[in-house]
Structures are given as C-alpha cells and as structure tokens.
Design a protein around this ligand. Structure first.
Ligand code: HEC
Ligand code: HEC
Length: 75
C-alpha cells in the first residue's frame, strides 16, 4: 500500500509540474485577419496598447520585441 501512495504522490507532482509549465507557454499570434497583414512589431500596439481593443494584461512580460516570444503560425 505504501508504494501505491508513493506512486500517486509522484503522479500528482508530475501533473502539477506539467500544468504550471504548459501555462507559461507563449500564446502564438492568432492566424486570423487581424494579424495576417502585420509584419512589424511596431504595429502591434495599435491594438494591444493600453485602452485599445485588446490591451495587454498588466502582468504581461516586457512590452517589446513581441516576436521573441510570440511566433506567427506557419502558413
Ligand atoms: C488590428 C488589430 C490588431 C493588431 C495590429 C495586432 N493584434 Fe493581436 N490580437 C488582436 C485581437 C482582436 C486579438 C484577440 C482575438 C484574436 O484571437 O484574434 C488578438 C490576439 C493576440 C494574441 C493572442 C492572445 C491570446 O489570448 O491568446 C497574440 C499573442 C497577439 N494578438 C499578438 C500580436 C502581435 C505580436 C502583434 C504585432 C505583430 C499583434 N497582435 C497585432 C488584434 C490585433
Ligand atoms: C518575454 C516574452 C514576451 C514578449 C517579449 C511579449 N510577450 Fe506577449 N505574452 C507572453 C506570455 C508568457 C503571455 C501569456 C501571459 C498569461 O497567460 O498570463 C503573453 C500574452 C500576450 C497576449 C494575451 C493577453 C495578455 O496580456 O495576456 C497578447 C495580446 C500579447 N501577449 C501580445 C504581445 C505583444 C503585442 C508584444 C510586443 C509588444 C508581446 N506580447 C511581447 C510573453 C511575451
């Protein structure tokens, strides 16, 4: 019985580990008409700046060099 408990604990640790790290993946740039026309990072803040249609969350990491973290999906 002891080893079963140990296994369950081990599995739980792995699940939590995966959840935490998968949540930190950078969301890709959506493959939709909003983004299809964009080639320059400078254009991003027109919609993702404060008060715009889809502002970055306050907790968003550094607000520059978007393409370092956000990649366009392969088209
Ligand atoms: C014309 C307005 C517009 C521009 C310009 C724009 N976006 Fe967006 N973006 C949106 C909207 C609206 C959404 C949310 C709806 C959607 O999924 O398309 C969004 C969603 C996103 C998401 C997904 C967020 C999530 O919750 O998964 C990322 C990443 C993103 N944009 C990055 C960028 C980057 C990087 C640029 C510059 C290259 C950019 N956007 C330029 C309007 C824009
Ligand atoms: C250091 C890496 C990094 C850079 C640089 C970066 N992002 Fe993000 N971005 C992330 C991560 C990680 C998330 C997911 C945050 C979350 O889920 O809480 C995210 C989320 C987003 C979202 C979804 C809404 C939000 O605020 O969570 C949008 C839109 C977005 N980023 C756009 C941009 C734009 C536009 C730029 C350039 C001005 C940019 N990002 C630069 C890592 C980055």
């Amino acid at each position: 019985m002891k080893s079963a408990m140990g296994f369950i604990l081990f599995a739980a640790v792995i699940v939590v580990f995966l959840l935490v790290f998968s949540g930190r993946k950078y969301p890709p740039i959506p493959d939709d008409p909003w983004h299809a026309a964009i080639t320059s990072e400078k254009a991003c803040m027109a919609c993702h700046g404060p008060g715009r249609q889809y502002p970055l969350k306050a907790a968003h990491p550094p607000k520059f060099s978007c393409f370092k973290c956000h990649k366009f999906p392969k088209r």
